[in-house]
Write a protein of this length. Structure first.
Length: 173
């Protein structure tokens, strides 16, 4: 199960892009979800898969773009700006917060941050059903942008549901 906020953010993103109106997607996203309530991850995967295919030739690249913009959009809201002040936007602090808050996002899977240096970390993901090489990579790229740093995120998969994101960035001056 995944939090309702992710359904709502996808619906809002598709609305901003003028892409609502596809019957199959609308069926999954029509009703607003309660932000902190848990809903079917299967429906979320289905909605993101269809939406990813609507915005890119490769649906995995599409989910990457959607998740990247979701992180950027979230960081522009009052709630996201409050988090940014709390995290002083430091990618390591943000990754640590994401690891600690995993259970607040979904009731499956596990993430673990491995700090490599002040400008490099590896996010290990276990039993992650949203595409590591697409969605999660894009979300991490959006996180770096929201922190105001230039960086790179590289995905490495062990299986479709287990892998890691190698995250590196340049220090701000």
């Amino acid at each position: 199960m995944s939090r309702g906020i992710f359904f709502n953010m996808l619906r809002d993103d598709l609305r901003r892009r003028g892409l609502l109106g596809v019957r199959e997607v609308d069926k999954l996203l029509a009703k607003p979800r309660r932000t902190f309530e848990l809903y079917s991850t299967r429906e979320l995967i289905e909605a993101y898969g269809m939406a990813g295919a609507m915005i890119a030739d490769d649906p995995v690249d599409g989910t990457r773009e959607l998740f990247s913009w979701t992180a950027r959009y979230f960081s522009s809201t009052w709630y996201g700006r409050a988090f940014a002040r709390f995290l002083k936007p430091d990618p390591l602090a943000a990754l640590d917060w994401i690891e600690r808050s995993r259970e607040q996002v979904a009731n499956y899977g596990r993430w673990r941050v491995e700090r490599r240096s002040k400008t490099e970390a590896i996010m290990h993901m276990f039993d992650e059903y949203l595409w590591i090489d697409g969605a999660q990579r894009g979300g991490c790229e959006g996180l770096l942008a929201a922190c105001g740093v230039v960086g790179e995120v590289r995905a490495e998969l062990e299986s479709p549901y287990t892998g890691r994101l190698h995250v590196s960035w340049q220090q701000r001056n």
